[in-house]
Ligand binder design. Structure first.
Ligand SMILES: *[C@@H]1O[C@H](CO)[C@@H](O)[C@H](O)[C@H]1NC(C)=O
Ligand SMILES: *[C@@H]1O[C@H](CO)[C@@H](O)[C@H](O)[C@H]1NC(C)=O
Ligand SMILES: *[C@@H]1O[C@H](CO)[C@@H](O)[C@H](O)[C@H]1NC(C)=O
Ligand SMILES: *[C@@H]1O[C@H](CO)[C@@H](O)[C@H](O)[C@H]1NC(C)=O
Length: 210
């Protein structure tokens, strides 16, 4: 009898976990992502991306390498045959963040502390996360990306494209951090927390959390 009840219970638990609630929460992806988040915290961003550089130091990046909350809301509401999915924006976030890190690494001497103590490690964390993310959520080869997203990706890969903009190194990671919290809300929002990380105004008011 007890054995039967156990089996019933196990069957029931198995069934519950097939429900969308269990699968869409994707807790697995949150673990490596939280490691990335911890490395992007405000103390570390300020120390390694601001204090270690001359005042008002800027580097040159392509326009598309600036990916902010406003970009997300604009792309999310863009009106196309193929709607923009969260997944498209997450892929874009991964590419832009990693390209941004590479831009900063390119101007740093071999022995610079930001390289040795911070960015090399951060680059690896992003690479590890990307591998797991693609493994758990394979790209659907039958779906064409929306044109708006594809155009951005093409320009990101085009090494002849000339459209340069000066940005502070820290702003690259500030944007990466904010857009991460928006695009992977499930990993970061606490229960009974209605805080919307995608809302630009929330960040404005609340500068300390950056
Ligand atoms: C950021 O992480 C560092 C190293 O783990 C830690 O010392 C620091 O207190 C953290 N800062 C915040 C604001 O959480
Ligand atoms: C840095 O930039 C700010 C704002 O553009 C300016 O007010 C400040 O004087 C600059 N500081 C230096 C040292 O150039
Ligand atoms: C984000 O918006 C800025 C300003 O409108 C634009 O220059 C940039 O290319 C956009 N970035 C992406 C990744 O779409
Ligand atoms: C995109 O728009 C949809 C529908 O309006 C909304 O539910 C979703 O939260 C938005 N996603 C982002 C990342 O802003």
């Amino acid at each position: 009898m007890i054995q039967f009840e156990c089996r019933l219970l196990r069957g029931l638990l198995g069934f519950i976990c097939l429900l969308p609630m269990c699968t869409s929460a994707a807790p697995d992806i949150c673990v490596p992502l939280k490691t990335v988040r911890d490395s992007l915290n405000s103390t570390l961003r300020r120390r390694y991306m601001k204090m270690n550089f001359p005042i008002n130091y800027t580097i040159q990046v392509h326009y598309e390498e600036v990916f902010r909350l406003r970009n997300i809301s604009r792309l999310n509401t863009s009106n196309e045959d193929e709607p923009v999915q969260r997944r498209d924006l997450q892929d874009l976030w991964l590419i832009v963040s990693q390209q941004g890190i590479k831009r900063v690494l390119r101007v740093l001497p071999e022995r610079h502390p930001t390289r040795r103590k911070y960015l090399s490690n951060l680059e690896n964390l992003f690479r590890d996360f990307e591998a797991l993310f693609h493994q758990w959520n394979p790209i659907d080869p039958k779906r064409d990306r929306p044109e708006s997203i594809q155009n951005i990706m093409d320009r990101l890969e085009d090494s002849y494209y000339q459209g340069w903009k000066s940005v502070k190194p820290k702003s690259i990671l500030d944007n990466s951090y904010r857009t991460m919290l928006c695009l992977f809300k499930e990993c970061f929002s606490k229960e009974d927390d209605n805080y919307d990380y995608c809302e630009v105004h929330n960040w404005r008011k609340d500068k300390k959390t950056t």
